[in-house]
Design a binder for this molecule. Structure first.
Ligand code: NI
Length: 226
């Protein structure tokens, strides 16, 4: 399931992120990857432990906290600190997998279930740089407005196509979900969206709202792992 979250960041927040990133120390992105990904990864990142990454990461985490679509689609248990990357002309990231288990702050480890890419450059400002995701429905090519985010299952093979003009800046991070199974996560998300539509288009106190909400929570209760 791919979920597009429009306007995760406001225009003002995107401007602020870009201004901080302008002045950040960029390093070779291959440094943070496993062996398979390193061979096909050609981009730049700012160090995870830098002040810039932490401050901007907090802005992204706050935005996630106020976003009901992210909560519903990802069912987050833990979110790794957001990272920031850029692709200049000639840079790309070939087909790869993201590791299933990732080191988390404080020496813990977590399982990566949901991947997120938050676009920080307008699509008019670069050519190429599409996020290409192998979905069960086929290959999806994603390129979104600055401030918008895409969620996709970390189980998917994916790539970023080569930049032929401009520069593409983004934030990316992984989430461990309370609901490990992607199919169950999708069922819960679809049901939540349908209940919200029912409440919006009929009424909050329609007689079906309460029993459906009860079913939703009972499914979540049997599937969630904390
Ligand atoms: Ni990746």
């Amino acid at each position: 399931m791919l979920v597009h979250i429009p306007h995760l960041l406001s225009e003002e927040e995107v401007r602020h992120c870009r201004a901080v990133l302008e002045a950040s120390p960029w390093m070779d992105g291959a440094a943070t990857s496993g062996e398979q990904a390193r061979k096909v990864k050609f981009n730049l990142q700012i160090p995870v432990e830098s002040k810039e990454a932490r401050d901007l990461g907090d802005i992204v985490l706050r935005a996630l906290g106020r976003n009901p679509i992210f909560t519903s689609a990802a069912m987050p248990l833990r979110v790794l600190p957001p990272m920031f990357n850029r692709y200049d002309v000639g840079m790309k990231f070939g087909a790869h997998v993201d590791g299933a288990i990732r080191p988390a702050p404080g020496g813990a480890r977590m399982r990566a279930d949901v991947s997120s890419t938050l676009f920080l450059t307008s699509p008019d400002d670069y050519d190429g740089g599409e996020l290409i995701i192998e979905d069960t429905f086929g290959t999806q090519r994603v390129k979104l407005p600055a401030g918008d985010m895409i969620l996709y299952p970390t189980t998917s093979l994916h790539a970023v196509s080569e930049i032929t003009r401009g520069s593409r800046w983004a934030s990316f991070f992984w989430t461990q979900s309370m609901v490990k199974d992607e199919g169950r996560r999708k069922l819960l998300y679809d049901m939540d969206m349908a209940i919200m539509r029912l409440r919006r288009e009929l009424s909050d106190d329609h007689p079906s709202v309460l029993p459906l909400t009860n079913i939703y929570h009972n499914l979540l209760r049997s599937w969630a792992e904390l």
